[in-house]
Write a new protein. Structure first.
Length: 441
């Protein structure tokens, strides 16, 4: 059945609840796999890549170089958002999502095959950069489609926040699986972890992609995009049009993510640098800490999406940004005690405050854009933040640590990001009274 055929079939002919359930499952499983792929790289950048691909540098400089390669994936994400946003608004959410899954999964598998610096010299880091860039393009196109696939099946706006939070759930789920895989193969390979053990979690991506592909091939296009096709309102150049018609919303969505995106990559990637070099914690202990914190997010993210349906997207998001900005100072103070219980508690609180932003973010961003431009607009706004907030965050935190030696100065950086988020979120347009399924330009 083609996209046009689907558009011609009345929505009433489908089992709406069954399709909604399948769409939510497909979105959540897909984003889990995509985030597993993308975040696994971040963990390995701190643990492995500095040693294997930048061996001539001192430890801190090698970490900076590894995080610089890590940041390349974030630079690629807006490009992926523009590419797949175009096709997602032109030919449908489903087709774009199948392509992003294959692109990200295959590039992740190949990362596990890259020879080290000792084996092929500078070509090892070069190959890492290329694969990381491709991976970033795939992830850049994934988010918008997954969110829309889920929330565009909602009949009303009463539960859109909760529905959109399930693809967001894929973030901590992928992070949990990535850390679990690292911990498991670290234990299994022992002293051979730097030799071959680190590669296996990347190779597992191929199995996960096969599962995700099987699930996504069985879903239908969303009713809202079906309506866009049937009413012949498909945009010819959606990326150009959304940047011309709604540039303010694109920029504000990107800025709103500052206080969410920068801190979370300090919490889940830079923590290895700070925890091992400053606090003196072990690699395995920090992995366990992150496993516990990400498991908690399985519950806090859907709950924060539910809260946004009851209290308002902007209200919940702004509260989360304020709490995150203020808690950064306590976070590093708790880490500095080197007391295991306080380190775990610091991560739990940090992730809980972050999740108050991550849960409502999907609906908050998507509701700003008209249906026929929504994939492009929400994706570009969401992924632009990756360039100046997500990718540079571990790099900036490492540089601050190198120059000041102070975790409190890194907390000040988090606080500044939170201020930007609060101001941008407050300026986002209100969606009350707006028909989510109709153009509002």
């Amino acid at each position: 059945m083609t996209t046009a055929d689907v558009a011609a079939v009345p929505l009433a002919d489908f089992d709406h609840r069954a399709q909604l359930r399948r769409a939510v499952i497909a979105s959540t499983v897909g984003t889990t796999i995509e985030w597993y792929d993308f975040l696994l790289y971040g963990q390995m950048a701190a643990l492995v890549f500095a040693k294997l691909y930048f061996p001539s540098s001192d430890p801190l400089t090698g970490t900076l170089q590894a995080f610089a390669v890590f940041a390349v994936g974030f630079v690629a994400r807006p490009i992926g958002a523009a590419i797949f946003g175009h096709y997602g608004d032109r030919i449908g959410r489903k087709a774009a999502l199948i392509a992003t899954l294959l692109l990200t999964g295959l590039s992740t598998f190949l990362v596990g095959c890259v020879p080290t610096y000792e084996q092929i010299g500078i070509w090892g880091p070069v190959m890492l950069v290329i694969l990381r860039f491709i991976q970033g393009i795939g992830v850049g196109g994934e988010w918008g489609g997954s969110v829309l696939l889920s929330m565009e099946w909602a009949r009303t706006g009463k539960n859109r926040g909760l529905l959109a939070a399930w693809p967001q759930f894929g973030g901590p789920a992928g992070f949990f699986l990535a850390n679990l895989a690292i911990l498991a193969f670290s234990r299994m390979s022992g002293d051979q972890f730097l030799s071959w053990g680190w590669r296996v979690p990347f190779w597992l991506s191929l199995v996960m992609v096969a599962i995700g592909l099987w699930i996504r091939l069985g879903i239908l296009e969303t009713p809202i995009f079906q309506r866009v096709i049937s009413e012949e309102r498909v945009a010819r150049t959606p990326v150009v049009e959304v940047l011309r018609r709604q540039p303010r919303e694109v920029i504000l969505v990107a800025l709103a993510r500052m206080g969410q995106m920068a801190p979370v990559f300090v919490y889940n990637a830079f923590i290895f640098t700070y925890g091992m070099k400053v606090v003196g914690a072990s690699r395995d202990f920090l992995l366990v800490v992150l496993l516990i914190a990400s498991f908690m997010s399985f519950f806090t993210i859907p709950f924060s999406g539910y809260l946004s349906d009851r209290l308002g997207r902007k209200q919940v998001y702004i509260f989360g940004a304020v709490a995150t900005g203020l808690f950064g100072f306590a976070y590093f103070a708790m880490l500095d005690t080197a007391i295991p219980g306080l380190i775990i508690l610091a991560s739990l609180i940090a992730f809980a405050f972050h999740d108050l932003m991550w849960g409502p973010l999907a609906a908050l961003a998507a509701e700003c854009f008209t249906p026929r431009l929504r994939y492009s607009g929400a994706s570009i706004g969401f992924q632009l933040a990756a360039v100046f907030a997500g990718g540079p965050a571990p790099l900036i935190a490492t540089a601050i640590l190198a120059s000041t030696g102070s975790g409190q100065m890194i907390a000040l950086y988090i606080f500044g990001c939170a201020i930007v988020s609060v101001a941008a979120t407050a300026a986002l347009p209100s969606v009350r009274g707006r028909d989510f399924a109709r153009d509002h330009l």
